[in-house]
Design a protein around this ligand. Structure first.
Ligand code: GCB
Length: 604
């Protein structure tokens, strides 16, 4: 799916701003033929939750309504007009002038619909009903329950089966774009690099409305100069003296696609792309033929007031903070991030592990890891969950959206699923097959593994290209005891290395809750000293393991979660606070990471 942009043949309207907003108390039905019965407003794009003084609204589980009015300039009415949501969390029913025009489930991927047939000459009313409910059939997974209050009204409850606040709303840009009737629908770009020859062949496939006489593709360099061009829906173009997209040293070409009728350009679209080669070989993760070392983070889209809403200044700041520390990568834990963030990473040379919304796929999820030691413990996840269809859908939509991004080097199919439990392999095998089949660039695939999934118990390691571990020795296990943690970390990594000598291993999570400003002469847990000691211990072990190809710590910044006795206004494992102030450990990590090359670490 193409990102919406203005081009010489396309106009773009942004519906950001104040929309009418109300929660649905389910007392009287809402009539979509009338304006919403409220004067309250909310800002779009953003989560609705933190824009209110009302706890009832903030914590509402169920349905909410949004409404805006817009005008379309007359000259545009002859064009094909498409309404596009960057996302709508988690399920949306969309009405234009009282008629339902589309429905979408899945809160972190875009969807769009043609609106010409529903438009009025003026004062178009766009109404959106959203649900923030999650259950055993959705991704993310939530425990859903219903009860009745004293008046017999339904009360819905979602207990998140994951460790982040269930922010919802129109969290990403809502836009209308125009195209001519004959239009380009999608562009697929697959570069193949010949490293020895300093050349690349770029395979482009253009999907269109089928009424062009000819499709012309030109590849422009960063200065806007045409380096090669050709004609055809499906073709391979050669680039000599190719400039590679490298980590933290991005070079972007542009594929300028023209749809031509009677010798005239009718539709045109420009897609930026990078040329780079990704391989997993001999226990290494290679970018452009050289071993890459991941330095960076698991993150969240999470900021004050915006909640999980699009916050571009913070995205820019986060990337700058990463680069300043010598970091080169992050994972979009635990859902696809905004398209704007992916485009920013392409430009900045930030390497991304792109994750689906598959989080919470373990019905016995909790912070008490001791329960797993119990002989009677049995996990019944794969008997209970009905997420396979939602999972297939998000894989399809994520790959469709992000397939051309140079920054995306690997897909994470799930976070901390019960891969140790009976039925896991049968669940995951078709999903991995599908991802591999769908990705035109054939990127490696992984899932991030939960602590209970060990070299002995994990049933799904054969499915992954890279072993990605989320580990909390010294925090959830043996809290405060870094000596034992060091041994456990080392023993486990050595075991993985021994059993899977050809698979690269990395940490995709490790960390310790740390209250900014809390200090301890004794290095007690929660202090800034403990956080630093914890990371020093971990780094020491990482450097001993030959196939260990990266460290992405948990988390870039403190973030909001649901309530719980383990959470004090959220998760405090950030190395930055939620306001992006550095904790003490940032100096240590900056020092370590600026000393580790992006390419060739441990081999030079
Ligand atoms: C995990 C989860 C992440 C949590 C983190 C924690 O394993 O993947 O979502 O926030 O642990 O801090 O407990």
């Amino acid at each position: 799916m193409l990102y919406p942009i203005a081009t010489p043949t396309r106009a773009l309207l942004d519906l950001s701003g104040l929309w009418k907003f109300m929660i649905d108390e389910e007392l009287t039905p809402i009539d979509v033929n009338k304006p919403l019965p409220t004067e309250d407003v909310i800002s779009v794009p953003a989560s609705f939750n933190d824009q209110t003084a009302s706890q009832k609204i903030r914590d509402h589980s169920g349905y909410v309504w949004y409404e805006t009015n817009f005008e379309i300039a007359k000259p545009l009415r002859s064009q094909r007009l498409v309404l596009r949501f960057g996302s709508a969390t988690h399920e949306a029913w969309v009405y234009l002038n009282g008629q339902e025009i589309t429905h979408h489930k899945g809160g972190f991927t875009p969807f769009e619909v043609e609106i010409n047939d529903y438009l009025q000459d003026s004062n178009n009313r766009l109404t959106v009903k959203l649900s923030n409910l999650l259950d055993y059939s959705t991704l993310p997974v939530g425990h859903y329950s219903e009860s009745k209050d004293e008046n017999g009204h339904i009360v819905r409850k979602v207990d998140e089966n994951f460790d982040f606040f269930n922010y919802a709303g129109l969290q990403r840009p809502v836009k209308i774009y125009s195209t001519p009737q004959a239009h380009i629908d999608d562009i697929v770009i697959v570069p193949s690099v010949d490293l020895a020859d300093h050349s690349a062949s770029v395979h482009t496939t253009v999907k269109s409305s089928d009424d062009f006489d000819e499709i012309h593709v030109a590849i422009l360099d960063q200065a806007g100069k045409v380096v090669t061009s050709g004609t055809g829906e499906d073709q391979t173009l050669a680039i000599r003296d190719v400039k590679l997209w490298q980590p933290l040293n991005a070079y972007l070409y542009t594929a300028k696609v023209d749809g031509i009728q009677n010798g005239k350009v009718v539709d045109t679209y420009s897609e930026p792309f990078g040329v780079r080669k990704i391989e997993v070989k001999n226990g290494q993760f290679l970018i452009n033929g050289e071993p890459f070392y991941f330095k960076g983070f698991g993150k969240h889209e999470d900021t004050y007031v915006h909640g999980r809403g699009f916050n571009e200044p913070v995205n820019v700041l986060d990337i700058n903070l990463m680069k300043d520390m010598g970091a080169n990568s992050f994972r979009t834990s635990h859902y696809p991030y905004s398209e704007e963030m992916m485009r920013l990473c392409d430009r900045e040379g930030i390497v991304v592990i792109d994750e689906t919304t598959a989080v919470g796929l373990m019905v016995t999820f909790g912070f008490d890891v001791n329960m797993f030691a119990d002989d009677d413990y049995e996990d019944t996840t794969w008997k209970e969950l009905k997420t396979a269809e939602a999972h297939r859908q998000v894989i399809r939509e994520l790959i469709d959206r992000d397939k051309n991004h140079a920054s995306v080097v690997m897909w994470s199919i799930a976070n901390e699923a019960a891969t140790f439990s009976k039925g896991a392999h049968d669940y995951f095998k078709p999903l991995f097959d599908e991802a591999r089949e769908l990705d035109p660039q054939k990127r490696p695939c992984t899932y991030t593994s939960i602590m209970m999934a060990t070299p002995k118990t994990d049933e799904c390691i054969d499915l992954v290209d890279v072993i990605a571990l989320n580990r909390y020795y010294g925090w959830y296990i043996g809290n405060g005891d870094l000596k034992t943690a060091e041994t456990a970390t080392r023993d486990e990594l050595k075991e993985y290395q021994k059993q899977y000598p050809d698979k690269p291993i990395m940490y995709t999570e490790y960390g310790a809750d740390t209250v900014a400003g809390l200090h301890s002469k004794y290095g007690e847990p929660f202090s800034e000293e403990f956080q630093e000691d914890y990371y020093r211990m971990s780094s020491k072990v990482f450097d001993e393991i030959p196939n260990f190809v990266g460290e992405q710590l948990w988390n870039f910044a403190d973030f909001q979660t649901k309530f719980g006795i383990q959470r004090v206004q959220g998760n405090k494992k950030g190395i930055f606070t939620r306001a992006r102030e550095p904790k003490m450990v940032v100096r240590y990590l900056k020092n370590r990471w600026t000393g580790i090359p992006n390419l060739g670490y441990k081999t030079k």
